[in-house]
Ligand binder design. Structure first.
Ligand SMILES: [Zn+2]
Length: 387
């Protein structure tokens, strides 16, 4: 099921730096489902700097979004309480960055279940809504908002012979074969001066995405800005302070010549991410070894891709008792057949050693909360400073 490619999907170069990990087998997706027989072959293109997994779900096409990958998230990977939905947050961010008119036609490329268009429809009822969604969310999308047109197909199979005032793409480019192709396609679907609203997970803040099988492109702020400019967009607004970054891009003229390089920026980001990812895996190894030596049991804190892949990368599933999470929505679920429990259940399960499989942002706070529960907390120790 491996969709290995030899050339950089963006610039076509076959020269690259290899990134952690080099792995074939059972892989986790961004929706926390496991798929067998995928590869993690992460690379940084030496010529343009593009960060990509040459395998993963690459080459599997839109069909993969009708299977395990695109189902509603079983766990809400969020530590804050009472927060807005990600779609509401994205919409409010775009409203703060752009002066959006009261009417117009908007196309949502990868509209999911329609959660974002619902926000648009509520605050801009005069907008005409159009959506493309190749995955299983399509039926819900169609029932959720009044759509002037809807397409249950991959964007690159559609021949839309019209333009829009606004195109929206939320957390889509990281899944597609070639983000430059997608940006050019969206550029062609905009009227002159039309706006593209782009949201992407910032790989610089999500090093665990190195092991996320369906985030085949690791999008960074400097690289995405370069790519948008090259595809013919002028940036008119940006918010790059969060785990997701947001760009408001106005249709302009495409640049000529070869794809400009962001190799130095992207390789530095990738090396930091590798350092955190490796350290996280090593923390799980340390917890498993320590638990075994004292006759206890090991657990992994968190339900993110990196923590969920550690036992597979280490081949130690039998030696992990459970996953631990403070998010009650995750309790009673399982990760690769291992139970997810709340911290207070660690004692009854005999957990003596807990590895942190979460973003570095939370390491200190979570370690401080877990130590009083009588476990040794194994905090990852990266050999490179964080961003
Ligand atoms: Zn390249």
């Amino acid at each position: 099921m491996t969709g290995s490619t030899t050339a950089c999907p963006v610039c076509g170069s076959d020269r690259f730096e290899t990134l952690f990990p080099d792995y074939q087998g059972r892989c986790v997706t961004s929706q926390m489902f496991f798929i067998d027989g995928l590869g993690l072959e992460n690379r940084c293109c030496t010529d343009c700097g593009f960060l990509y997994n040459a395998a993963g779900t690459r080459g599997l096409g839109a069909a993969v979004y009708n299977t395990e990958v695109w189902k509603p998230k079983p766990q809400i990977m969020n530590y804050s309480k009472g927060v807005k939905t990600s779609h509401q947050k994205a919409w409010e961010t775009f409203l703060s960055l752009a002066d959006l008119p009261e009417s117009g036609a908007v196309l949502d490329v990868g509209g999911g279940t329609g959660a974002f268009l619902e926000c648009v429809h509520r605050d801009r009822p005069g907008w005409e809504l159009h959506a493309i969604e190749p995955g299983g969310g399509f039926a819900e999308l169609c029932g959720r908002v009044p759509l002037a047109s809807a397409h249950n197909a991959a964007y690159d199979t559609l021949d839309l012979d019209r333009t829009f005032d606004c195109v929206v793409s939320l957390s889509v480019l990281e899944h597609l074969e070639n983000p430059l192709h997608a940006l050019r396609w969206m550029h062609a679907r905009l009227r002159p001066g039309g706006l593209l609203l782009l949201q992407l997970p910032d790989f610089d803040k999500l090093p665990g995405d190195l092991v996320c099988a369906d985030h085949i492109n690791k999008m960074t702020v400097p690289y995405t800005r370069m790519l948008a400019r090259y595809a013919g967009f002028e940036e008119t607004g940006a918010d790059t302070g969060m785990v997701m970054f947001y760009l408001v891009l106005r249709k302009g003229e495409p640049a000529g010549g070869p794809v400009p390089s962001r190799f130095a920026d992207n390789l530095a980001i990738a090396r930091r991410a590798e350092s955190v990812a490796r350290a996280t895996i090593e923390a799980v190894r340390a917890a498993v070894d320590a638990a075994e030596s004292r006759g206890g049991r090991a657990a992994v804190f968190g339900t993110s891709p990196i923590g969920s892949m550690a036992h597979l990368l280490l081949g130690c599933r039998d030696r992990v008792a459970c996953f631990v999470d403070e998010n009650k929505n995750a309790w009673g679920r399982d990760i690769d057949g291992l139970p997810v429990v709340g911290p207070e259940r660690m004692a009854e399960l005999g957990v003596t050693d807990l590895a942190l499989g979460i973003s570095p942002v939370y390491w200190e706070t979570v370690a401080g909360k877990m130590r009083p529960l009588g476990v040794t907390v194994h905090v990852p120790q990266p050999d490179q400073p964080e961003a």
